[in-house]
Design a protein around this ligand. Structure first.
Ligand code: NOJ
Length: 543
């Protein structure tokens, strides 16, 4: 049974560590090659062993799967490929027994074009659901304006039956909901309350910064009414219970994040923002145009968010999710220093203030894939491949971008053991398993006391043990250094000092101030020198 739970406390999520599951790639239970809810049930002990407090479950709702479930056709049904509503209820209950909460992924900016609301809406202009979506007059071939969809092509689609265009900021099968219509908002709140009554622990809100769009003014992110909508939604749904709410906001900056994650609880618990994740693209604009990580700038970004939100908001801490590549392939070293760099990156992040997120397989040090184009499934990747091919970009250049940045890097199946298909499925996996599963897999990690898995486990335990991980005030150390990421976290009960060598060469690092301090964790077994750090070495001191 659930022991005296932290979940009754208002801000329990400040001390929590969240694990993200991308269900179709986590664990298949019926041999159809697609992960499912019964598969997750089978792996709950693994997650409890890791020590996490909640699972953010990417969408399992009924969906035509044009964007792997981020195109929902019924918010109150489970897609048969993932199981049944009984499976879902069981997952909520069984996880609770292990003190794990389920966080549902809410996609409220758009629905699927197969949602009944849209099927009705496109029948006629006077259909009661017409105004649930965003329509503009025009003529075939003459779009209302130049707005582009995130995954390529125009953001408008013509519907001859009504003689109008509808807005879709993502694929053509993901029409944008009209948040200006109070009926839409009420329907959504009703649905959220229905999930709350099922006992979920909270919600991840997909593209929350887009709800207030103003297409005529070409405004997509952070529209003028956005924060009013969020306040209303909080009042009318999740705000009445101690639930976690995390808003995915690519358009957030430190200033508006103070609104999104206002400590008065009026909007959301925290923002999930990507400022650091945009640094290795040219001009911070086009993810496929690769550019080396500007290390000092990355430190500045973290510093700004850590100090800016101190007592004024709350950060999500993450390196990975289902939309971005594997961090050790990206900013670590997935070859000779795979284990060391994975642990260093984990140390750097988990020492900070905020709620840490671990994306499935990150705790095993899973790496990017490098397939040929026929193995990719992601609509964004495939659209970009086609567009760039048509423009005459050389194949090797396109593939280099895909190998570095495709969302499918993070979506290859979980590597559980050395059996065929890494123990993910007994059938044909929906996406090819990374061939390195014979070396990198959960079974091997659990057997090895020194594994990346056990290192994450220890970081999670430390966060629970020492309040300074939650409350300590962040202060950047060695801000000018070109390879060391070091910081302090001060608190009345003690102070953490974190030193990380971000690169593969030994570097000088003044750590004498920590002489005599307790070494809480390190990725090397002997940490004698107080003046230098070895390749990817990481340490956390406490005094
Ligand atoms: C963000 C999600 O994380 C991503 O996977 C999805 O494609 C878009 N939002 C559209 O819902």
């Amino acid at each position: 049974m659930e022991n005296n739970s932290i979940f009754l406390e208002k801000d329990w999520w400040k001390k929590a560590v969240i694990y993200q599951i991308y269900p179709r790639s986590f664990q298949d239970s019926n041999g159809d090659g697609i992960g499912d809810i019964p598969g997750i049930l089978r792996r709950l002990d693994y997650l409890a062993d890791l020590g996490i407090d909640a699972i953010w479950l990417s969408p399992v709702y009924q969906s035509p799967q044009d964007d792997n479930g981020y195109d929902i056709s019924d918010y109150e049904k489970i897609d048969p490929m993932f199981g049944t509503m009984e499976d879902m209820d069981q997952l909520i209950a069984k996880a609770k027994e292990k003190n794990i909460r389920i966080i549902m992924d809410l996609v409220l900016n758009h629905t699927s074009d197969e949602h009944t609301w849209f099927l009705e809406a496109k029948k006629s202009r006077d259909n009661p659901y017409h105004d649930y979506y965003i329509w503009r007059d025009g003529e075939p071939g003459k779009m209302p304006n130049e707005m582009r969809a995130v995954f390529g092509g125009p953001a408008w689609e013509w519907v001859p039956e009504v003689g109008q265009y509808y807005l879709h900021q993502f694929t053509v099968k993901q029409p944008d909901l009209n948040w200006e219509n109070p009926k839409v908002r009420q329907e959504l709140y009703k649905m959220i309350n229905w999930w709350i009554d099922k006992g979920v622990g909270g919600f991840r809100l997909d593209t929350v910064d887009l709800f207030g769009k103003k297409p005529d003014e070409m405004i997509t992110h952070n529209g003028p009414l956005l924060h009013d909508y969020l306040k209303e939604m909080s009042r009318e749904s999740y705000g009445r219970k101690p639930l976690i709410t995390v808003g995915e906001a690519w358009g957030a900056d430190v200033e508006n994040a103070k609104l999104y994650s206002n400590p008065d609880g009026s909007e959301l618990s925290m923002v999930f923002q990507f400022e650091a994740m945009l640094l290795d693209e040219q001009g911070g604009k086009e993810k496929w145009d690769l550019s080396p990580l500007p290390f000092r700038q990355m430190k500045d970004v973290f510093n700004r968010w850590q100090t800016g939100l101190y007592e004024k908001g709350w950060n999500s801490l993450f390196w990975e999710n289902h939309d971005i590549p594997r961090i050790i392939s990206r900013w670590g070293n997935d070859k000779e220093y795979r284990e060391k760099s994975a642990k260093m990156l984990a140390t750097l992040l988990h020492g900070m203030q905020g709620t840490p997120y671990i994306y499935q397989g990150e705790e095993l040090g899973m790496t990017n894939t490098a397939y040929d184009i026929s193995e990719y499934r992601d609509i964004e990747t495939l659209n970009m491949y086609k567009e760039r091919k048509e423009k005459g970009v050389p194949e090797n250049e396109i593939m280099a971008s895909i190998h570095a940045k495709s969302r499918d890097n993070a979506r290859s199946p979980m590597q559980w053991d050395t059996s065929p298909n890494a123990g993910f499925t007994s059938g044909i996996p929906w996406m090819k398993v990374n061939p390195n599963y014979t070396e990198i897999n959960g079974e091997a990690a659990l057997k090895d006391p020194d594994s990346i898995f056990h290192y994450y486990q220890k970081l999670i335990q430390l966060r629970k043990q020492y309040d300074v991980f939650t409350d300590g005030k962040f202060e950047m150390l060695l801000p000018e250094d070109e390879s060391i990421f070091a910081y302090k976290r001060g608190h009345n009960e003690g102070c953490l000092t974190v030193f990380c060598n971000f690169y593969g060469e030994t570097v000088e690092c003044p750590m004498e101030a920590c002489n005599g301090a307790q070494l809480l964790i390190s990725n090397y077994s002997d940490s004698d020198s107080m003046t230098s750090l070895r390749p990817y070495e990481a340490r956390i001191y406490y005094q």
